[in-house]
Design a protein around this ligand. Structure first.
Ligand code: CA
Length: 244
């Protein structure tokens, strides 16, 4: 197994200011250069179980497969997550669903797979770009030109997803690859961050990210704090990664 190059990956999660329970989960394996964020569906029972099982299912497949990870392997990891959530739901006799966004970093190559509205962004040269396209009702309305991106961010329907892990009729993975140059930042987050903070605010916070893993950790906490200061309506989860 070759070395993925020096990568720092950190994560932070918080229940926010309005919710009793945190139904988001995250996992990071810095040695393998992988991270995943999952956001359990609150409208269904056991959202926190769905996100936890999805994260465990995806990480388990990747840790067994070993690097390097193709986009097909990332898709297989989310399929394993789906099967694990389905198996857990059968045992408990409930319906459960979750989003997930999964990333692998290897020498400047960045593979991403996702289901639902948890997002990946790249911060390059002071500019933030969203690397994933939400599987959500409001995203479809934005695509049809009947809703602006800003209106979508505050729409009461913003959390209605059109795809989810754990829901047989709505499971389909998207995957893609991007490059991530040394020093650039990769952000994964649940909608508790992206709904609370506009892109300009996210970019301003990322532009102040300090050096080293310590700088990355402080920046992740600053993002969580900013979402809470903006109201903290939902659980908020952040993963930040940087190649050196
Ligand atoms: Ca959420």
């Amino acid at each position: 197994m070759s070395d993925p190059g020096t990568i720092h990956i950190v994560g932070a999660t918080d229940p926010g200011r309005r919710r009793e329970r945190n139904e988001d989960h995250l996992a990071v394996d810095e040695a393998l250069g992988i991270a995943v964020v999952a956001d359990g569906m609150g409208g269904l029972s056991d959202g926190h179980v769905a996100s936890r099982e999805a994260v465990a299912g995806a990480m388990s497949l990747l840790q067994g497969a070993g690097r390097p990870f193709s986009t097909a392997t990332l898709e297989a990891a989310l399929t394993a997550a789906h099967e694990r959530v389905r198996a857990r739901a059968r045992v408990s006799g409930t319906v459960m669903g979750t989003t997930a966004v999964l990333v692998s970093l290897d020498r400047g190559r960045c593979g991403i797979a996702h289901v639902g509205d948890s997002r990946a962004y790249r911060f390059r040269g002071g500019e933030l770009s969203q690397l994933t396209r939400d599987h959500s009702m409001v995203q479809e309305m934005v695509d049809r030109g009947v809703l602006t991106r800003e209106a979508a961010r505050v729409s009461p329907d913003r959390s209605v997803v059109t795809r989810a892990i754990g829901l047989e009729q709505a499971f389909e993975v998207d995957s893609t690859e991007f490059d991530l140059k040394a020093g650039e930042l990769l952000l994964l987050c649940s909608d508790g961050l992206s709904d609370m903070l506009e892109d300009e605010r996210l970019a301003a916070l990322l532009s102040r990210c300090g050096a080293g893993r310590g700088g990355l950790e402080r920046c992740a906490l600053a993002l969580v704090d900013a979402a809470n200061e903006a109201g903290g309506w939902d659980n908020v989860t952040v993963v930040l990664a940087r190649c050196l």
